[in-house]
Design a protein around this ligand. Sequence first.
Ligand SMILES: [Ca+2]
Ligand SMILES: [Ca+2]
Length: 169
Amino acid sequence: MPLLAAVLFFVIMGYAFAQDGPERVDFNADGTVGFGDFVLFAGRFESNHPTYDLNGDGVVELGDFIEFTGHFDAEVPPVSDLEILEGPIDQDRVFTANRTYLLRGAVFVEDGTTLIVMPGTTIQGESASTARLAISQGGLLIADGLATAPIVMTSDAPEGQRARAHQFR
Ligand SMILES: [Ca+2]
Ligand SMILES: [Ca+2]
């Protein structure tokens, strides 16, 4: 295809994606568009709820459903928001795939506390503070990754500078 048409094609595609990316229909914010989102959508059918009125015509109807199904099974790119964790985790927590968690210094999951890490979650250890994650006796870490959505534990140092012993890679 001629260059100008190719450029135009990608500009339009980029625009369409920015306007109507799958993150709009990941209603339960779990990183993919799936059945859970459908259940939420179905619960608002024929309402005027703005979140589910995807085409903005004031009612949640078939047109919105068609738009929703167009994104079905799509993966939602992780948003850049970062949560910094320091010190003890003393209340049950769920780490979700739509965020990145940065460990600073020693982070402990305390006795009697459960930390659940959802598939697809990224956890970074801060290089400058020699970050580490420890599970106290009686604390619980549940981190079941999936082949399609692994849990990544890595360093915040750039690739190629993660050579230190014991460092998150
Ligand atoms: Ca979802
Ligand atoms: Ca609508």
